[in-house]
Design a protein around this ligand. Structure first.
Ligand SMILES: Nc1ncnc2c1ncn2[C@@H]1O[C@H](COP(=O)(O)OP(=O)(O)OP(=O)(O)O)[C@@H](O)[C@H]1O
Length: 319
């Protein structure tokens, strides 16, 4: 598969951050985004996602490393790259007195080979709101207008920064469908989102960032496969934990039993055969594969813990 974006050793340092001095928000990233895929960049607040995406968009110069977007440097060759990319910003900042149609028309007027304004509004389901002023649109509708504007230039690479924040569940699903159909038409999409089910639903590949570095990357399946699945149920009345199958190491808290396994199907089969053999029912039985959310929370938890330990060590050193 062809490469759309190639990133090597990417760094971004902000000069003078209050009393704290310079701060390096992006600390040596290497990744590739293939043509026609959805690539999601995930991470906790302040992990460095926006700082990274701004570099990919050519809005700032890296302090180290290299980016090739469709073969060019997006900062130095911005004039050439700009028409190829569509950017949906977190805060639209649109003139509030214009209607949705006027806003899209104005945008189309500044764009070569623009998609007609009404087509862009229709893609995001705003046709019925075309004559409403921006200031009277709901937060979710404004978000969809931001997306329509990002699509007006028929971008080859589309950057979506938290595209469904504030959207109701139905509008979110419609946006997902649109993202999938753009991808199927060959658009490369870089997505940042805090909704992990969104990343799971849309991303062909993803990377989780922590403190300016990529901690985990791969397809959602690869990222989740590294974590154990979980089976939970209530210990049947009259049984003690020692009577549970020995081959399935279980954690028991009161009546709540939890088994963690890398092979959910075998463990579940064994558990159900055991239950049938004992003639017991497993109340509140719940078996599930690791979700992206669990992987994310584990990484974020480890990061918080290491930050806490570093602070304790720092305090100890200062004392
Ligand atoms: N202009 C700036 N000057 C100094 N520091 C900055 C600047 N912009 C961002 N930072 C810092 O860089 C770090 C990364 O910020 P960034 O906005 O890239 O994170 P993020 O992952 O996009 O977070 P969020 O999920 O909250 O949007 C943060 O610690 C932030 O305070």
């Amino acid at each position: 598969m062809e490469t759309a974006i190639e990133v090597q050793g990417l760094r971004r340092r902000y000069a003078g951050r209050g009393a704290g001095g310079a701060y390096e928000a992006v600390r040596g990233l290497d990744f590739t985004v293939r043509r026609g895929e959805v690539f999601a960049l995930l991470g906790t607040n302040g992990a460095g996602k926006t700082s990274t995406v701004e570099l990919l968009e050519g809005l700032a110069e890296p302090s180290g490393g290299e980016i090739r977007l469709l073969g060019l440097d997006p900062f130095r060759e911005r004039a050439t790259v700009r028409p190829w990319i569509g950017i949906m910003l977190q805060e639209g900042g649109l003139p509030s007195e214009l209607t949705a149609a006027e806003t899209a028309g104005m945008w189309a007027g500044c764009t070569t080979d623009a998609r007609p304004a009404d087509e862009a509004l229709s893609l995001v389901g705003l046709t019925g709101r075309a004559d409403v002023r921006v200031k009277q649109l709901s937060g979710g509708e404004r978000r969809r207008l931001d997306l329509a504007l990002a699509l007006i230039g028929r971008p080859r690479v589309l950057f979506l920064d938290e595209p469904t924040t504030g959207l109701d569940p139905q509008a979110r699903r419609t946006t997902w469908e649109l993202v999938r159909s753009l991808r199927d038409e060959g658009t490369t999409i870089v997505l940042t989102t805090h909704y992990l089910e969104e990343a799971e639903a849309l991303a062909d590949r993803l990377a989780i960032m922590t403190e300016g570095r990529i901690t985990v990357s791969g397809t959602p399946e690869e990222v989740m496969a590294a974590r154990p699945s979980r089976i939970r149920f209530l210990l049947p009345e009259g049984l003690v934990p020692a009577e549970l199958p020995l081959s399935l190491p279980a954690g028991v808290d009161g009546r709540q039993v939890e088994i963690r396994t890398q092979d959910l199907q075998s463990a579940l089969t064994e558990l159900l055969l055991w239950a049938r053999g004992r003639g017991v029912a497993l109340e509140a039985l719940d078996a599930r594969s690791a979700s992206l959310e669990e992987v994310f929370l584990e990484i974020a938890g480890a990061q918080r813990e290491s930050g806490r330990l570093a602070a304790m060590v720092g305090k100890g050193a200062a004392a």
